[in-house]
Design a protein around this ligand. Sequence first.
Ligand SMILES: Nc1nc2c(ncn2[C@@H]2O[C@H](COP(=O)(O)OP(=O)(O)OP(=O)(O)O)[C@@H](O)[C@H]2O)c(=O)[nH]1
Ligand SMILES: [Mg+2]
Length: 475
Amino acid sequence: MVSEAASIGGYVSGETIAALSSRWGKSARSVVRVSGAGALEIVEKVFEPVGQAIQQVQSHTAVGGWLKLGEGVNCPCRLYVFVGPRSYTGEDLVEYHLPGGPAVVQMAMAALGAAEARPAQAGEFTLRAFLAGKLDLAQAEAVAAIISSQTDAQLRAANSLAEGVLSRAVEKIQKTLAELIGELEANIDFVDEDIEFVGSEQARGAIETVKAALDGLLGDAVRWGELEAEPRVVLAGWANVGKSTLLNALSGRSRAIVSGLAGTTRDVLMAPMRVEDTTVLLMDAAGLCDTSLDEVGLAAREAAMAAVHRADLVLYVVDAAAGISKGQWQTLEMLGAAVTVIVVNKIDLVSKNDLKKILQEVRQRRKETVVASSAKTGEGLDELRKQIREHLGRAELSVSGAQVVLTGRGEEGLKQAGEALARAKELLGKKEAIESPELVVMELYEANAALGAITGQISSEEVLENIFSRFCIGK
Ligand SMILES: Nc1nc2c(ncn2[C@@H]2O[C@H](COP(=O)(O)OP(=O)(O)OP(=O)(O)O)[C@@H](O)[C@H]2O)c(=O)[nH]1
Ligand SMILES: [Mg+2]
């Protein structure tokens, strides 16, 4: 497999590669990494150590000195040496820690280029780590996931991937599957006419056990894609309470048409909104009232309900001036636990006393957090943003490091394995399987291959290229 993957999309193993591994631009320090068979030789060409000869530098230690940038220009540099295979890539790897600045980095890359280190491609360091068996494919994906994590939950999930929680779960299933394949193959070899095993309850039971383990994994796992997606916050409520005005005010854009006519919004509208350190997708939809709806009104209501069901947070908006009707209380009841915050809007239209009364009533009847706002004057919107952030924060806590996290590729692999197992089970006992029991075994091999693709035991050039090309350069 190594030789097959060694030339993926222009990646050629054996060549020495270099890249900036820290952020481009001005910073306290820039780190340029060089990896490959020539990494140590290149040091001798471009680096002037202070105090000790470069040959005396031990692996996993640092040495101070000067990087020769060419044309007599030298730049202070601290060198970290990692002799393979005890390095990130498994190859000899040298890190040049330089003063952070674009000109220095550019000149350092040119000097390294002249010493025959070619610029690394996106993800090439991690690809080399994978090819050297330092990490499996699911863990390699975790490297990219950790870098792109924007929330605590994403970081926890990425760590679970990196620690191999998914890989171990998959390998456990593969082990059971391999035992089953072994037993069935032994039976094929020894049985002549009496092909008992294919119809046997035992084989069926064993396949079912493996399938149940797969389904359990699919059912319990956290989806990386869902964590990566921005949290969805939906403004729900009856028509004309000010949902669209709130969407515009909170997102700072004129995204939705606003009017005094009930039933203005029909489609589900979205606008990104910044709350403290994260971005959420704020969504506005048609009113949820159930009075005299025509065909379009029904479709709009259905779309609004679907948005509510997919939301991470539902804000239920009511109109302080118009009051809360019996129907609105019922809708709130119907939405039940989906709602986390009740927004009493249009408070600019009511007296302090009336507002106090309405807030009191809401608090008496409901346990949700209540926020009073005016989408028109902006009053209460900061409090609303704060509540959105706080409630999302709580939802995030649900990912733990021990939980299995599935990337899209992992989910696909598990599903394909499940389908192959289902086909194997269906075949059991059928005439074709009795005549050619290898058919059942072939399906089991297919299931095993689909699982192997998750950890990269089996990988194609296309899969590897797809994964590593999404990395940033320098990783
Ligand atoms: N005074 C005042 N008027 C508001 C406030 N929020 C919304 N409005 C007005 O209330 C009316 C309805 O506002 P929309 O934002 O269109 O209400 P909606 O809930 O989106 O209504 P539908 O799209 O019909 O479901 C408009 O005339 C808005 O200008 C507010 O806080 N104060
Ligand atoms: Mg609207």
